[in-house]
Design a protein. Structure first.
Length: 185
C-alpha cells in the first residue's frame, strides 16, 4: 500500500467538509479556489438560535443608548441634582453627559458588530469564536459599570439575551459541534 493510499484510507473522503471539521481531523483548512463556494455549515438548532439572540441583543443594546440619548435631559437633571461641587456647572455636566452618551452609543455599535462577527463564526463551528463570545459580554458589562453606570431596562434586556445566547452555545448537545483542534503526531 503506497503512502498516498494510506493517507486516503486514513482520512476518508474530505470533499465537502467545513474548515473546522478538517481541523478536528488534524488537517489544515481546504483552500477555496476562485469560482468555488465554501462548504456551508449546518449548525444545531441551539447554535442557530444563539446567533439570532446575539443579533437581537445587539439591536436592543443599540436601542437602549438611542433611548438614553433621546431622554438625555432627564439623565442630565439627575446628575445636576447629585452634584455638590460648586466648581462644576450644569453646562459642564450637560456637555459631559451628552458626549458620554454618544461614546456609549458608538461603543454599543462596535460591540454589536463584534458580537455578530464572532456569532457568525461560532455558527460555523469555530470553537475560538465561542470563547471570544464568552469573554466579550463580560468586558462590555465591566466597561459599562466602570466607565458609565448609566443603565436602563433595555440594557438589562440586552445582557439577558446575551446570557441566554451564551448558554445555548455551551449546551451538552452542541459540544461536538465545536471541535478541539487536532494535533498532528
Amino acid at each position: 500500500m503506497a503512502d498516498s493510499d494510506f493517507e486516503r484510507a486514513d482520512t476518508g473522503d474530505l470533499s465537502g467538509l467545513t474548515d473546522d471539521e478538517r481541523r478536528k481531523r488534524g488537517l489544515s483548512p481546504d483552500p477555496v479556489l476562485p469560482g468555488e463556494s465554501a462548504p456551508k455549515a449546518n449548525p444545531p438548532k441551539p447554535v442557530a438560535l444563539s446567533f439570532w439572540l446575539w443579533l437581537a441583543g445587539g439591536v436592543v443594546l443599540i436601542l437602549s443608548y438611542v433611548q438614553l440619548l433621546t431622554s438625555k435631559s432627564a439623565v442630565i437633571d439627575q446628575y445636576v441634582k447629585g452634584t455638590t461641587d460648586p466648581k462644576i456647572t450644569p453646562q459642564m455636566i450637560a456637555d459631559g453627559i451628552t458626549a458620554l452618551l454618544w461614546y456609549l452609543l458608538g461603543g454599543a455599535i462596535v460591540f454589536t458588530l463584534l458580537f455578530l462577527l464572532f456569532a457568525y463564526k461560532a455558527r460555523e463551528g469555530t470553537r475560538s469564536a465561542r470563547t471570544v463570545l464568552t469573554i466579550l459580554p463580560v468586558v462590555m458589562v465591566l466597561l459599562i459599570m466602570v466607565i458609565a453606570p448609566i443603565i436602563n431596562y433595555l440594557t438589562l434586556v440586552a445582557v439577558l439575551l446575551f446570557v441566554i445566547a451564551l448558554i445555548l452555545m455551551y449546551l451538552p448537545s452542541v459540544a461536538g459541534y465545536f471541535p478541539k483542534v487536532g494535533k498532528k503526531p
